[in-house]
Ligand binder design. Structure first.
Ligand SMILES: Cc1cc2nc3c(=O)[nH]c(=O)nc-3n(C[C@H](O)[C@H](O)[C@H](O)COP(=O)(O)OP(=O)(O)OC[C@H]3O[C@@H](n4cnc5c(N)ncnc54)[C@H](O)[C@@H]3O)c2cc1C
Length: 335
C-alpha cells in the first residue's frame, strides 16, 4: 500500500473543506472497501478524510407524518438491520432486510450506508491489478471471454460488472433520494438532491465510474418517502453458500395495495446489471391488478424479459425469476 495522509474530520463542513483542498483526497467511512482497494493497488489516494470521527452522522430519524425517514450516511448496515424505524415499518422493511443479509456481522458493524452505495464493483478482473480492464482505462472487458459466472445479464455489452450494493437495490425500490453536499472555492456548501436512478452511471454513459459524485462531494443524507397506506416492501437474496456470501441475485420490491388492487409497484433486481436494475415491465404487469399466483408469475417473467446472459451466467434468469416471485409473495403476505 502506498503511504497516505489521514485527516480525522470533526464536522461534515470540515470534511467537505478538507476534501476540496487536496487533489485526489478521498472520504473514508468504514474503510471496508476503500482499504481493500488500496491494499490491492487498485486505488492510491494521497489523502483520506476520515468521516467516522464526525459525531451524529449515523442517526436514523424515523418517519413522522408527511416526513419520511432520514438516514445518516454513516449509519452502519448493522444499525439499519436492527432499526425499528425501518424493520418495524412494512414500507421500509426491504432496506432492513437488505442490510441484514449483506456480508458478515463484523463487516455490518463497520460498513456504512454511504460507503455501501459508493463501493466499487467486485468483478475479479477489475479487482486484480494484473488485468487492465475497460473500467480501469484499458481496452477490453475480460469477463466477456473469461469467467463470467457472477456477471451481468442486462446492460453487459460494454462492461459486465454487477452493481455490488444491496442497500442500493432496496433504496431504489423504496424511491429514496440522496442529499449530496460539496464545498465551493469560496467555502460555501452547495446541496443537491438526486433520485437513486440518477445517481448511478451505466457503462454506456461512462464505463469508468459508477456514480455521479463530483470530486469533493459527499452523501450527507438518504431520504425515504413517507410510507403510504397499504405499502409493503421486501428484499430477497440468493447466495451460492448459506454462510456469508455475495448474492448470485437479489430482488427488492415495494407494493402499495388499496381496495384489494396493486396501486403502485416497484421491482428492482440486483446482481444482474452494472446498476440496480428497475424491472419496469414487471411493474407495469402488476399495477391495477389484484394479486394472485398467475399475476406474480407473469410479473416474474416480465422482470427478466430482455436478459442477455453471457456464457456462464444463464442460470441467473430462472434464479432471479424465482426471487421476484418470492419477494412479491413476501411483500403481499406481510402485515
Ligand atoms: C466478505 C465481504 C462480503 C460482502 N458482502 C456484501 C453483500 O452481500 N452486500 C453488499 O451490499 N455489500 C457487501 N460487502 C461490501 C461491504 O458492505 C462494503 O464494502 C461496505 O458497505 C463499504 O462501506 P464502508 O463504510 O466501509 O465504505 P468505505 O470503504 O469507507 O468507502 C467506500 C467508498 O465510499 C465512499 N464514501 C464513503 N462515505 C461516503 C459519503 N458519505 N459520501 C460519498 N462517498 C462516500 C468512499 O470514498 C469510498 O469510495 C461485502 C464485503 C466483504 C469484504
Amino acid at each position: 500500500m502506498k503511504p497516505f495522509e489521514l485527516v480525522n474530520a470533526s464536522s461534515l463542513s470540515s470534511a467537505l473543506g478538507a476534501l476540496g483542498q487536496a487533489k485526489g483526497a478521498v472520504a473514508k467511512a468504514g474503510g471496508v472497501d476503500l482499504l481493500d482497494l488500496m491494499k490491492e493497488g487498485i486505488s492510491a489516494p494521497p489523502r483520506l478524510i476520515n468521516l467516522r470521527t464526525i459525531a451524529g452522522l449515523d442517526k436514523i430519524a424515523a418517519a413522522s407524518g408527511e416526513q419520511g425517514a432520514v438516514l445518516g450516511p454513516l449509519a452502519t448496515l448493522a444499525q439499519l438491520a436492527e432499526s425499528k424505524a425501518l424493520a418495524g415499518v412494512p414500507a421500509y422493511a426491504a432496506l432492513a432486510e437488505a442490510a441484514a443479509a449483506a456480508a458478515t456481522p463484523q463487516i455490518r458493524n463497520m460498513a456504512t450506508l454511504a460507503g455501501n452505495l459508493c463501493q466499487r464493483p467486485r468483478c475479479w478482473y477489475f479487482r486484480d491489478a494484473d488485468y487492465h480492464c475497460l473500467r480501469k482505462g484499458g481496452n477490453k472487458c475480460f469477463a466477456h471471454s473469461g469467467d463470467n459466472a457472477f456477471h451481468a445479464i442486462f446492460e453487459n455489452d460494454k462492461c459486465a460488472v454487477v452493481h455490488p450494493s444491496a442497500a442500493a437495490v432496496a433504496l431504489s425500490a423504496l424511491g429514496a433520494k440522496l442529499e449530496l453536499q460539496r464545498a465551493g472555492k469560496d467555502g460555501k456548501v452547495a446541496t443537491r438532491e438526486l433520485a437513486m436512478a440518477d445517481f448511478f452511471v451505466a457503462p454506456s454513459k461512462d464505463v469508468q465510474r459508477e456514480n455521479v459524485l463530483a470530486a469533493g462531494e459527499l452523501i450527507s443524507a438518504v431520504k425515504l418517502p413517507a410510507p403510504q397506506a397499504g405499502q409493503r416492501s421486501a428484499y430477497i437474496k440468493q447466495k451460492q453458500k448459506q454462510s456469508f456470501d455475495w448474492p448470485l441475485g437479489e430482488v427488492a420490491v415495494s407494493l402499495t395495495v388499496t381496495a384489494g388492487k396493486i396501486a403502485a409497484a416497484s421491482v428492482v433486481l440486483g446482481s444482474v446489471a452494472p446498476i440496480p436494475w428497475r424491472a419496469k415491465k414487471a411493474e407495469a404487469a402488476l399495477v391495477g391488478k389484484a394479486a394472485d399466483e398467475a399475476l406474480i408469475k407473469a410479473a416474474a417473467e416480465a422482470a427478466l424479459a430482455g436478459a442477455d446472459p453471457l456464457d456462464d451466467n444463464g442460470y441467473k434468469v430462472p434464479l432471479v425469476k424465482a426471487l421476484v416471485r418470492r419477494a412479491l409473495t413476501q411483500a403481499l403476505v406481510s402485515k
